[in-house]
Design a protein. Structure first.
Length: 464
C-alpha cells in the first residue's frame, strides 16, 4: 500500500523499468530533509484536523526512529522503493501502522521533492559561503605582509607592468567576494516554500502554508502551485553561482600552475597537496591547482545540463525534473571536495619574492617613461612612440632601459636625452620597480598606500 502504483495497475512493473525509474541513487542524500519536511507536514495536517494528537505523536516518533535507523545503517532502502520519499514512508508505516498511511494526505511527491531539495540546498549554500569566507580571510592574511613586494603584472601572459603580490592576492579576494554575494542571492531563492501545492493545482484542504513555511524556516509560500512544483530556477541560481566560483578557482589554479613552474619559480608548492610522478622521482606536480582548473568546465557543464533539461519543458511536473539532482549534486560535490584543498594550497604556498622581484626587469617601466615624457609636454601618442623606439633600441643592444649611452638617447629624441639620468636603474629612478609601484596611486591601484586602503575595505567587506 505504500507503492505509488498500487491499485491503478495490473501486475508488477518490470525489473528493467524499476531499475530505470528508481531515483534512490540520486535522492537518498535527501533523507534528513525528507524526514524534517514530513514531520512539518504532519503538524500542518494536525492543525487542519486531518490527524489526531495520537496520530501526530506516532508519526513524529516514527520518523525519529527511521532517522536513527538510517544513521545506524539498520534501515536500507529496497530497489522497489523507487525514491527516498517512498522508502521513508514505507518504513514509517511498518513502524507505526495506520498513522503512517495518513501522512501523505494533502501532499504529492511533486511538492515534497522540491521542498526537500530547497531545504538541502539552503544548508549546502550556508556551508560553502562559510568556506568562501575562510578563504577570503586567508587571502587577506597572506596579502598583508606583501604590500611592497614587487612582481610583474601580466597581460596576454606577457610581463606588462609592476604590481605587488598583495595587490594580486586581493584580486583573488574580490573574485571570491562576488561569488559569496552570488551564493547569498541563490540562498534567498531557496526560501520559497513549495509544500502545500500538491501535484500541480493545489489541495482540497486549506493547509496553513504560512505556518508550514515558518515551521521549516522558509520566508514565504510559493504563490502559484503550477509554478511551485515545476520551478527549478533556484537550482539554476545555485549552479550559476557555482559555475562562476569554479571558473574563478580555475583561473587561480591556472596562475598557480604557471607560478610553480621552473620557468617562473614564483612559488613553492606545499607537499601535502602536490602530486608525484609514477616514473620521474624528482617531480612535484601542481595536482591541486590543476584540479582547480578542471573544476571550471565541469561545473559549467552542470549548469548547461540543467538549462537543457528545463528547455521546452511543459508545466507542471515531469520526470525529467528528477535530473536536477544529477547536475546539482555533482556541482555540490565538486565544490565541497575542492574548497578545503584550495584552502590548504593557498595556506601552504611559499612565495619566492626574490624571483618575483627579479622578473620586474626595466622594460616593465616603459609606461612610466612615457608618462614622464607626457609630464614634460609631449602628447601621449608621441611619448608612446618615442618610448617604443627606446625599447627597441635597448633590445637591439641587449641593455636595460636606462643602459643606452647619451648619444643613443639624443639620436632618438632630445627629450629622451634630457631623461638620461632619470632612466638609470637606481632607487627613485624611472627604472626602479618600487618607484613604479608607488606611482600607481589611483584609487584601486597597486601603490602601497592604495593597497593598504584596499585591505581595510576588504576587511569591512568580510563583515558586511
Amino acid at each position: 500500500m505504500t507503492k505509488a502504483r498500487s491499485g491503478r495497475f495490473a501486475g508488477e512493473p518490470s525489473a528493467a523499468f524499476i531499475a530505470l525509474n528508481s531515483s534512490l541513487a540520486l535522492d537518498w542524500r535527501l533523507w534528513p530533509e525528507d524526514i524534517e519536511g514530513s514531520a512539518a507536514h504532519a503538524r500542518a495536517l494536525r492543525r487542519a484536523g486531518v490527524l489526531t494528537d495520537p496520530d501526530l505523536r506516532a508519526i513524529e516518533d516514527g520518523l525519529a526512529r527511521v532517522a536513527a535507523e538510517i544513521e545506524s545503517g539498520a534501515f536500507v532502502p529496497r530497489d522497489d522503493d523507487e525514491d527516498v520519499h517512498m522508502a521513508i514512508e514505507r518504513r514509517l508505516t511498518e513502524l507505526v501502522g495506520a498513522p503512517g498511511a495518513k501522512l501523505h494526505t494533502a501532499r504529492s511527491r511533486n511538492d515534497q521533492v522540491v521542498t526537500d531539495v530547497r531545504l538541502h540546498l539552503r544548508r549546502v549554500i550556508e556551508g560553502q559561503r562559510a568556506a568562501l569566507l575562510r578563504l577570503q580571510e586567508l587571502l587577506l592574511a597572506r596579502a598583508e605582509p606583501h604590500v611592497e613586494t614587487v612582481m610583474p603584472a601580466y597581460t596576454h601572459l606577457q610581463r606588462a607592468q609592476v604590481t605587488s603580490l598583495a595587490h594580486h592576492l586581493l584580486a583573488w579576494f574580490w573574485m571570491l567576494d562576488r561569488d559569496r554575494d552570488r551564493f547569498a542571492a541563490a540562498l534567498d531563492a531557496c526560501l520559497e516554500l513549495p509544500l502545500g501545492s500538491g501535484a500541480a493545482v493545489g489541495l482540497n484542504r486549506d493547509l496553513d502554508r504560512d505556518a508550514l513555511a515558518a515551521d521549516l524556516g522558509f520566508e514565504r509560500a510559493a504563490a502559484n502551485s503550477l509554478d511551485a512544483v515545476a520551478d527549478r530556477d533556484f537550482v539554476l541560481d545555485y549552479l550559476a553561482a557555482a559555475a562562476a566560483l569554479a571558473t574563478h578557482l580555475s583561473r587561480v589554479g591556472a596562475e598557480i600552475v604557471v607560478w610553480a613552474s621552473a620557468e617562473f619559480g614564483f612559488v613553492v608548492l606545499p607537499d601535502a597537496v602536490s602530486g608525484g610522478s609514477s616514473i620521474m622521482p624528482q617531480k612535484r606536480n601542481p595536482d591541486a591547482a590543476e584540479l582547480m582548473r578542471a573544476a571550471g568546465p565541469r561545473v559549467a557543464a552542470d549548469l548547461q545540463g540543467m538549462l537543457a533539461t528545463l528547455h521546452g519543458l511543459p508545466l507542471a511536473y515531469n520526470t525529467d525534473l528528477r535530473e536536477d539532482k544529477r547536475y546539482l549534486f555533482d556541482a555540490v560535490d565538486c565544490l565541497d571536495a575542492l574548497l578545503p584543498v584550495v584552502h590548504e594550497l593557498l595556506a601552504g604556498l611559499e612565495f619566492d619574492t626574490g624571483r618575483m622581484a627579479a622578473a620586474c626587469d626595466s622594460l616593465l617601466m616603459a609606461t612610466d617613461v612615457a608618462d614622464e615624457l607626457v609630464a614634460r609636454g609631449l602628447p601621449f601618442r608621441e611619448a608612446h612612440h618615442l618610448t617604443g623606439a627606446l625599447v627597441r633600441r635597448c633590445l637591439d643592444l641587449g641593455c636595460e632601459l636606462g643602459g643606452l649611452p647619451a648619444a643613443e638617447l639624443a639620436a632618438l629624441s632630445p627629450t629622451l636625452a634630457e631623461l638620461g639620468p632619470a632612466l638609470a636603474a637606481r632607487p627613485g629612478g624611472l627604472a626602479d620597480p618600487q618607484r613604479s609601484l608607488a606611482a600607481k596611486s589611483s584609487a584601486g591601484g597597486s601603490a602601497p598606500a592604495r593597497v593598504r586602503e584596499e585591505l581595510s575595505h576588504a576587511q569591512a567587506a568580510l563583515h558586511a
